[in-house]
Design a protein around this ligand. Sequence first.
Ligand code: FPP
Length: 276
Amino acid sequence: MILSKGNGKFLAGLFSNISSRRHKELPPAAETDKQIEQLKIPVHLGVIMDGNGRWAQKRHLPRSAGHRAGAENLKELCRNCGYYGVRYLTVYAFSTENWSRPDDEVHALMELFVEFFERYDPELEKEGIRVRFSGDINSLPEEIRAVCAKAEKNSLNRNRMDLIIAMNYGGRREIMHACQKIAREVLDGKIFPKDISETTLSGHMYIPDIPDPDLVIRPSGEQRMSNFLVWEAAYAEFWVSDTLWPDFGFDDLTEAFRDYTGRDRRFGGLSKPVNK
Ligand code: FPP
């Protein structure tokens, strides 16, 4: 298997114990490489990892097995994004609304997070992947907060790709928190209400130093944002796939990038000068 694009060379060995059962081989053919070279790659990709439950249900497995398969596929996604040279990858791991799920499912998900970072951080380190968390982290159980803090601290100096885990994340809550921070600054006399701009809001989001997402992918066929990056994704392209998240592989990602390549991003303007 030869990896040639973006950070692929460095990430070729990443997560080497991934089972190839569900995962498609990366393309070795020169012709395919040529096609891939022509793709436009988003700098910041967001992924809503949806469909774990249905994946498990189809196999008569508990939902937790679907989440486990989903976590395995997150490793695969990191590898594929490394191949393509994606610089920032934000994945929706647990929303502020997911607490309403049955206790055993929430518990299984929390255990999975702990396991994931304990098990894979050395490999992430080897491959230069910085881990960051976005969300209402302070409200998480102490054990989870400690895992988040450790993963962030250990990976601070890695700079090939930022993996941002949206954890206890809600777009509306993020905006609310930004407003609270700004309100405090107003009370402290550091900023005047008239000076509050969109840039001010952006600067008070959970991770203000990264660009807005260019593309958001949602597997499993649902066509909604589900409170994901509500502020940041205002002008992101959106791509939906029928593939359930645990099965979402290299070919699906390539298809998304192919579609993204053909998009005309106008940001409310015009794509070309028009004849008057
Ligand atoms: C939505 O699918 C998925 C989630 C709520 C959890 C996503 C979490 C993972 C993929 C675990 C990996 C994360 C890390 C950081 C280790 P769903 O359960 O709603 O699926 P359904 O719509 O088919 O029921």
